[in-house]
Write a protein that binds this ligand. Structure first.
Ligand code: SF4
Ligand code: SF4
Length: 373
């Protein structure tokens, strides 16, 4: 964004009646005017006009944003606060002022190739390999499914194999870079992008399939923004599965099912229908929508470094989303993002089962095993 446009946008925002803050999850979590779209824009406006420098408190407020873009859906002049925040974060990182927790995360990605500091050798040691004459699909696991939500990785491979695909997972994939891009560290993010491009471009596969919308956005938008090219298309697993609806199993008695739109898949990538069609097929019934859905879906609280820096507020935001799901009477809350699943399942009561979309496949397999017993 050029400096003139930025100055015009933050001036507009600083003078606005700020109704968008009612959908801002961080306003809800902190109950304060600073961590709101308006509060962040006002900070930058004051900096541009020379009224105030961005100090430690200003940096904190800029890192209290989830970059969920929910405010953009309410903003008539379409002020893109998430992008403004992300660009300002890049300057904070360049000035070596980023919060310690994010510096540690970047160091872990450099050393261990994942933000959790887990051994890289354990990234893909779960996969059962299969052979096929057809060019396989290349499944890019992503760090959360590889280390924290292995059932998602295993069920993704199982569902693709059940549809007749041979699935390849490279032990050399590294973090996609999403946590770095979203928190302002394009330098380390570029190292991840180049390492992944070397690996993914050297393998023979028809396309790259991801289950994580953060990986999806990184591998498509961020890599091309940085001029790092992949030589095969990238799709989210829900896009592939919509081509196979008739071949998917379904639960016989799922009870009410609701769906949480991940911000990176929905608002940021405009993929709303495909996961719904797959879930409705596997659940065997229509989705009971939450009041806030699609463009208006609330964030789970797990994005853009917020959980790393402010775990308590992230949980408050996650619990609020669980409350939205419970209002539908759902027995299942399905999402299409390992990161969202990880947060939402940690806040859900026992009576609400939280699954990522591919995990519904294993749920169907289990329910058919139970029936035949
Ligand atoms: S983001 Fe838009 S709606 Fe929200 S305070 Fe700024 S100008 Fe107003
Ligand atoms: S991007 Fe999300 S968290 Fe950030 S200001 Fe907008 S609504 Fe709030």
């Amino acid at each position: 964004m050029d400096a003139e446009k930025l100055a015009e946008d933050v001036r507009m925002c600083a003078a606005c009646s700020k109704m968008c803050r009612h959908v801002c999850p961080t306003f809800f979590a902190w109950r304060s005017d600073s961590p709101t779209p308006h509060g962040r824009a006002l900070l930058i406006h004051q900096e541009i006009t020379g009224a105030r420098e961005i100090d430690a408190r200003g940096i904190e407020v800029l890192y209290q944003c989830l970059e969920c873009s929910h405010c953009l859906t309410w903003c008539k002049p379409e002020i893109d606060i998430a992008t403004i925040v992300e660009e300002r974060r890049r300057e904070i990182v360049a000035a070596e002022q980023r919060p310690d927790g994010l510096l540690k995360m970047a160091e872990a990605i450099r050393k261990d190739k994942n933000p959790f500091g887990e051994p890289h050798a354990q990234r893909s040691n779960w996969i059962q390999r299969t052979e096929s004459k057809n060019p396989p699909l290349l499944y890019f696991t992503g760090c959360t499914a590889a280390y924290r939500e292995k059932d998602i990785a295993e069920s993704s491979v199982a569902i693709l194999q059940s549809l007749g695909y041979s699935v390849m997972v490279s032990p050399d994939e590294v973090c996609c870079g999403s946590p770095l891009f979203r928190t302002g560290d394009d330098t380390t993010g570029r190292e991840c992008a180049e390492a992944n491009a070397d690996v993914l471009n050297s393998l023979e596969a028809k396309e790259i399939i991801v289950t994580c919308p953060g990986c999806f956005r990184a591998l498509t938008d961020d890599y091309s923004r940085l001029g790092v090219e992949l030589n095969k298309p990238v799709r989210h697993i829900s896009q592939l599965l919509t081509e196979h609806l008739d071949d998917l199993p379904s639960l016989s008695d799922a009870g009410p099912v609701t769906y949480h739109d991940p911000c990176h898949l929905g608002r940021h990538s405009q993929i709303f229908d495909e996961p719904r069609r797959v879930i409705e097929r596997m659940a065997g019934r229509e989705i009971s929508e939450m009041e806030r859905n699609r463009e208006n879906a609330s964030c789970c609280g797990n994005g853009a470094g917020l959980r790393t820096l402010f775990p308590e507020q992230a949980k408050i935001i996650g619990s609020e989303r669980i409350a939205h799901a419970l209002l539908t009477g759902a027995r299942y809350l399905i999402t299409a993002c390992p990161f969202c699943k990880n947060m939402l399942s940690s806040q859900a009561p026992d009576e609400l089962r939280v699954l990522d979309l591919p995990e519904l496949f294993l749920e169907c397999e289990k329910s058919s095993d139970t029936k035949s017993d």
